[in-house]
Design a protein. Structure first.
Length: 314
């Protein structure tokens, strides 16, 4: 199948290369390729830039990209600073492995957050660790008074007002995705919000999540977990797509092509999928059947320190 062929239900593409395996310096994709992909599809396209490389981001904004991922999967360009995302009109997603990182990225202007996980491994353990860490730190903050929150904000090196808002909401004040190692329908369902209810607050949607088991993410990013599997198209359908409004941002599944991410719009959301039915074990059992061989995956302990991507960023 042509990697740029668009299916109205899901987008199936091939990943260009795997940074964990080949090493080297990973940079922003060729703008020509990105423009060709945008011309070939009618849905939003996301592209990655290196941490701190605001010129790559300026280039992507100039060619009309829909979303930017300031990604630790690419080789960082700046070891001290992330991009000031307030200088851009294009929304950003950034990775985080704890609450302090997440709130620092939000303060810089990130519109939504994802777990870092360990990209390209097909091993969900790091993504689980990161979302559990964020959830645990938010629960801790929620039990604190104002004086304690000031001290905790200093400990996390995070803005006080964002920490206080997270404590009030019981979650991050922006959308939070699972990413890094999601490889099966069960992995995707594991990471999701169990259920919640929405209230209209001023002009935005606000979520108050009632925790009942799953780990609390609003959606998932899936890349090599699909395309390194035996039957990528079937596995993509099984993992599926999640649609929900939380704030003014749509929660989709995203599928990577090289450093470009296709994000499915609400009109193309399948109805029976793992991420839609994350709290229905019978549906999950059905969609998990006969998917072909899963991605072999990599044990985190087998990676050298230089190969671990989640530690990038600060």
């Amino acid at each position: 199948m042509d990697p740029r062929e668009v299916n109205r239900t899901l987008i199936f593409v091939c990943i260009g290369h795997y940074v964990v395996v080949i090493g080297g310096v990973a940079r922003m994709s060729d703008p020509k390729m990105i423009k060709e992909i945008k011309a070939a599809v009618t849905i939003p396209v996301m592209a990655k830039v290196r941490i701190g490389h605001f010129v790559e981001a300026q280039i992507l904004e100039a060619i009309g990209i829909d979303y930017i991922d300031e990604s630790e999967v690419l080789t960082p360009a700046d070891e001290l600073h992330h991009i000031n995302k307030h200088n851009f009109k294009v929304p950003y997603v950034c990775g985080a492995k704890n609450l302090g990182e997440a709130l620092r990225r939000i303060s810089e202007g990130a519109a939504f957050i994802r777990t870092k996980g360990e990209a390209g491994t097909g091993n969900v353990v790091e993504a689980v660790r990161h979302i559990r860490t964020v959830n645990s730190e938010i629960r801790r903050a929620a039990s604190m008074g104002d004086e304690e929150l000031f001290a905790y904000a200093k400990e996390l090196q995070a803005p006080y007002h964002l920490l206080k808002e997270s404590a009030r909401l019981g979650r991050l004040p922006v959308v939070n995705f699972a990413a890094g190692g999601v490889a099966t329908p069960a992995d995707a369902a594991l990471m999701m919000v169990w259920h919640g209810h929405f209230i209209l607050a001023k002009v935005l949607w606000e979520v108050r999540v009632l925790w009942k088991g799953q780990l609390g993410c609003d959606g998932v990013f899936v890349g090599s977990g699909i395309f390194k599997s035996g039957d990528p198209a079937k596995r993509a359908r099984a993992i599926g797509t999640f649609r929900r409004f939380i704030s003014p941002i749509l929660i989709p599944i995203s599928i990577n092509y090289s450093h470009v991410t296709y994000m499915s719009p609400p009109s193309s959301v399948p109805t029976v999928q793992a991420v839609t039915h994350y709290n229905d074990a019978k549906v999950l059992a059905n969609v998990s059947e006969d998917l072909g061989e899963a991605m072999v995956g990599i044990n985190i302990s087998d990676l050298s320190e230089d190969q671990k991507l989640a530690k990038r960023g600060w």
